[in-house]
Every structure is written in structure tokens, then in C-alpha cells.
Design a binder for this molecule. Sequence first.
Ligand code: F0G
Length: 359
Amino acid sequence: MTSGPTATGPAPTRFILDRYREQLPVSAATPRLTLGEGGTPLVRLPRLEREAGVGALYVKLESMNPTGSFKDRGMVLTVAKAAEEGARAVICASTGNTSASAAAYAVLHGLRAYVVVPAGRVAMGKLAQSIVYGAEIVLVDGSFDDALRIVRELADRHSVALVNSVNPHRIEGQKTAAFEIVDELGDAPELLCIPVGNAGNITAYWRGFVEYYRFERAARLPRMWGFQAAGAAPLVAGHPVEHPETVATAIRIGNPASWQGATEARDASGGAIRAVTDAEILDAYRRLAREGVFCEPASAACVAGLLKHAREADLRDASVVCVITGSGLKDPDTALGVEAVRHETAARVEAVEQALGWG
Ligand code: F0G
């Protein structure tokens, strides 16, 4: 086994491969390396809750995972299983977060990481992560959907483990976020709001809630509301979108791999998958920031959708969880586009006083 950081201490609460091993395909042979994924905060936002008109509004801060996104839950298991099965290298297509996470867990296990991403469409922070973790990066002149098609074929032709969510271990690992929510609230929320891109995460959460309901760990199942960006909303349109476009580059996807999982989650839960515009996404992004939550635009899509549709659904007494899938630090360009009060002055007290209007 490769050496590296592992979960330590008596009753691990953070390390999902230990905490949820009975619900996961983890065996004695599965390497238990961890970067501290899972155990993310569930934070109540009273002001936004009032604005939305819901009973209780929580955000699940998946941005607090080791590489800054929810991908680490699925990746810790997927790369561990790949290593267990003797893989020497992993490959994925990505809009940026999957590749950052794959690169981190690959290096942890001493595997090579190859990432194929759409050129010019990956937020800077995510690209920076893949670079420092030492992945070999291929920028393709195409979309995420093109990149996914290419890596699927490459994984067929070469001896490299595919770690996109078409790998079933990804969904298995990601379902642990639903377990954590139920464990913390004592039951499933009445509504879960989540951004949808390649549709693995909505599939994973639904699986997690259903399993806990079957094990009688939860007394109810939530309704699932998924939100896509209006320029990249194939699940809303009912057909693939050839040229997806949105400011939320993480979910700029025209033909989601887990199409069926997403529609099943929607239909079985009595939920909905809807579109929100880029303007609505950026508005929610700023509103979340004013609550102290700095997320990436894709994450804000689910809050945008809740604010848009809460009143028509009458959620006055309902508990709602919005999944904050990734950190705002990943996408500094979007952040720097937000209007701010900035001054440039000489480095003197009087000059700063004057700039601030205190002089
Ligand atoms: N939010 C963020 C921050 C994401 O990075 C993604 C997907 C999603 C939401 C949507 O999740 O694909 O499971 O429906 N990012 C992938 C990537 C596609 O390559 O990083 P999904």
C-alpha cells in the first residue's frame, strides 16, 4: 500500500470510507487513504430563508472538501478502488473540479493523472489545482461532452482507469452527502436543491436518501429540485444541447452522462429539473456572498432556483437544503467581476483617510 495521510483517532466523523464503510464497496483490501473529505458543515441561513419564504434553509458546504468541491467524496473511493484493482493511471474529462479532485487522489495513491478539459472554459483556480497536483493536462478545442466522449474511448483502448461518474464508484461515494444530511437533521429535508451538470450528483443524493429511507434511518424522502443553467439545460429541453453556454462553467454540459439517474430522481421524488438564467445565477452568487458564503457560480444555481420557485410551492413550513458544490476561490475571474468599492492611494494614513472620505 502507498503511504500517505490516513484517518486517525477513535471515532472518525469526517472520513467517509470509514464512517460509511458498511454502505460502500469498501473491503479489507481497499486502501484507506484520505485527505479529510466529507463531514462538511450544514449551515442555516436565516436571512435568505426569510427571503425565500421557507421554514428552514440550510446550505451543505461541499466547498469545504479538501480540493474545494463535492467531487472528493466520489473520488476518494474511485481512486482507492482503481488502486486496489492495480491501476497505474487515471483519466477523466472535466469542467475543472473532477480533474482537480482526480489529480489530488491520484497523487495520494502514487498514480498518474491525465485530465482532458475544454480549452478556455475551465476556471483558473481549478486549472491551477490540476497543475500543482502534477496531472498531465490536455486542453481540447471542444466542449466537456467532447472531452467525455474522448476519454471513454481512450479508457477502452489503453490501460487507464476512467474516473468520471460513469464509473459507479463515483456515485457511491457521493451518496454519503445525503447520509450526512439525514444524520445531522435527524431526517431527510423536505426539499433538496442541487445544481445539475453531468447529473451524477443528483443521482447520488437520491440514491443516498433512498438507501437511508430503506434502512429506516430516515422517515421520509425529500423532493429533489435540480437546476441547470438556461444555456445548458438539456434535461429541461428533453434533448441534448449541442453548444452549451453559461457563466457557470462547471455545469456547461449539453449531454449529461447520468441523464436517466436525474430524471428518475426527479420523477420518483415528485420533484423538478428547471433552468435558471446566468443573471439569476449571478444574483444568487452575490446574495450568498452577502451571507458569508463564497461559492462558485454553478453552486449558486440551486439557490437561484429556490428563490425563483419557492413561493409557488408553498414551502413556509418546509426544511430545505441547498448543495453548495464548490468554492468561490476556484473562479476568481467571476469574483473580480463583482462591483466593489476600491481605492488606490499612496501608503500614507492621510491618503487612505482621504480616499475613504474620512479626512
Ligand atoms: N457544481 C459544481 C461546482 C461542479 O463542478 C459540477 C460538475 C456540478 C455542480 C454538477 O454536478 O455533474 O454531478 O451534475 N462538475 C463536473 C466536473 C462536470 O468536471 O468538475 P453533476
